[in-house]
Design a protein around this ligand. Structure first.
Ligand SMILES: *[C@@H]1O[C@H](CO)[C@@H](O)[C@H](O)[C@H]1NC(C)=O
Ligand SMILES: *[C@@H]1O[C@H](CO)[C@@H](O)[C@H](O)[C@H]1NC(C)=O
Ligand SMILES: *[C@@H]1O[C@H](CO)[C@@H](O)[C@H](O)[C@H]1NC(C)=O
Ligand SMILES: *[C@@H]1O[C@H](CO)[C@@H](O)[C@H](O)[C@H]1NC(C)=O
Ligand SMILES: *[C@@H]1O[C@H](CO)[C@@H](O)[C@H](O)[C@H]1NC(C)=O
Ligand SMILES: *[C@@H]1O[C@H](CO)[C@@H](O)[C@H](O)[C@H]1NC(C)=O
Length: 397
């Protein structure tokens, strides 16, 4: 029997080889972290392998994929992905494996971040589980003193054109994902899991950033599911399930007297299950030049949520050493539409606005919140605006 290839087959193989080396279309360089010394055995530390793979990717002038195969990788310190001197057109970090933090919480805890992306552009993080093993730090915080602050699991700073898709973040020491001074960031299909009593484990924190989308996320954590800080502009949050957690919060604002505003935020189709708050705007009772303008809360289901709708301009957790001024944060043009479900407390709508700069342009429509089948109540101070159609409980506007 003879083994022969047709001319067409030979031609196609040669073309494929040429294309994969020199072609422009699908010619993505792929770098496997295993060839940089990463070990999928959960024991050998892979910090250096990850940063070496990143440095190599940055040297590739075209598109490049860093591939992390299945397995458990111990990452016991901060991995910094810096983009400033990257030559690549785009970098995809494709992760099929699980990255695990060290047993000793102090190793990560004294760093601000576990994985940080600084000054990157055109970067995609696709898949992967990040298990920071935060519980030992939380017990230190619950019992002791001298505990480190903890590391944020994934932080993006000074970056643009970034996509984070299909990522799972477990038991972060501090925030799970933080976006700071960024532009054009898309976060899709992420899952975030930490217990309801884990301290400061915000799901996704955004500040000083523009053109941000968060779509289809499931967030169970011990603090805000999403927290929206000063300087957030053009944010779309669509299809979030939150709970346990403290809800979706704009704020805390007025942390300082000079602060950028929050502008053009939409939260669509959110589901809150047994959370402390649903849709919340909060500021410290302090003078500040910050503001909140053009916020749309469109469609939310509340399942036994302690405070479904909240504006709190006297925010001061623990009530100790509060600034005790009237908040300077001006809140204007906020729409609540299609908010249904149950409140776990009698006061389902609470708006405690600043006497100095009262809330204006608050609009409510299609709201039906009940308290164990009974009528719920409102509690509102220094608020104006209008309501349309069914608004239960009514009485704020
Ligand atoms: C980012 O990607 C876009 C689209 O692929 C490309 O046009 C642009 O040049 C890239 N930007 C940088 C700074 O490499
Ligand atoms: C939402 O995200 C989950 C992963 O968290 C994914 O399994 C699911 O397919 C996504 N749904 C849609 C409609 O994209
Ligand atoms: C407001 O934000 C949305 C994204 O949520 C964006 O599409 C829209 O262009 C922004 N509006 C303005 C005026 O920038
Ligand atoms: C509602 O939540 C409260 C605590 O927030 C809890 O005590 C109560 O059992 C919950 N009720 C239902 C019906 O789930
Ligand atoms: C409001 O919700 C309650 C309980 O979910 C329901 O029984 C009631 O019919 C709703 N009211 C309207 C006007 O839709
Ligand atoms: C704010 O509310 C308080 C308490 O209801 C009221 O006495 C005060 O006049 C209000 N201030 C403004 C500026 O509306």
């Amino acid at each position: 029997m003879t083994f022969s290839l047709s001319l067409v087959q030979v031609f196609s193989i040669v073309t494929t080889i040429i294309m994969s080396h020199f072609g422009k279309s699908d010619a993505r360089t792929s770098l496997n972290v295993l060839s940089f010394g990463a070990k999928p055995n959960g024991v050998v530390d892979s910090v250096k392998a990850f940063s070496d793979a990143w440095d190599a990717a940055c040297e590739v002038a075209d598109s490049v994929v860093i591939y992390v195969p299945k397995g458990r990788y111990l990452v016991s310190g901060e991995v910094r992905f810096e983009g400033e001197s990257c030559k690549s057109r785009d970098i995809t970090l494709r992760i099929d494996g699980t990255l695990i933090g060290p047993q000793d919480y102090r190793l990560l805890g004294k760093r601000e971040n576990w994985f940080s992306f600084i000054g990157v552009h055109n970067v995609t993080v696709l898949g992967g589980s990040f298990d920071a093993k935060g519980s030992t730090l939380w017990s230190c915080k619950a019992n002791g003193y001298n505990c480190p602050e903890g590391a944020t699991t994934l932080r993006f700073m000074d970056s643009f054109n970034v996509r984070i898709k299909g990522v799972l973040s477990l038991n972060s020491q501090l925030f799970h994902i933080a976006i700071n001074r960024c532009r054009n960031i898309k976060i899709e299909d992420v899952r975030i899991i930490a217990p309801d009593d884990s301290p400061n484990t915000d799901g996704i924190h955004i500040q000083l950033s523009t053109d941000i989308e968060v779509r289809n996320a499931s967030i169970k954590t011990g603090d805000d599911c999403i927290s929206i800080g000063p300087g957030t502009k053009n944010l779309m949050v669509d299809g979030i399930t939150c709970g346990p957690g403290h809800g979706i919060s704009i704020g805390s604002l007025a942390k300082s007297t000079e602060e950028q505003g929050v502008e053009n935020v939409t939260v669509k189709k959110a589901v809150f299950v047994q959370t402390d708050n649903g849709l919340r705007i909060k500021s410290w009772p302090r003078y500040s030049n910050g503001f909140v303008e053009r916020v749309r809360f469109l469609g939310a289901l509340m399942v036994n949520v302690s405070y479904p709708i909240v504006i709190d301009q006297n925010y001061c957790p623990g009530d100790s050493s509060c600034p005790s001024q009237e908040s300077g944060i001006k809140i204007n043009d906020v729409i609540y539409s299609g908010i249904m479900g149950t409140s776990a407390t009698k006061i389902a709508i609470k708006m405690d606005c600043s006497e100095r700069v009262p809330c204006t342009g608050i609009r409510m429509q299609a709201i039906n919140l009940t308290y164990y089948g009974e009528a719920a109540k409102t509690s509102c101070i220094n608020v104006s605006g209008k309501q349309l159609g069914l608004v239960t409980p009514s009485g704020c506007l």
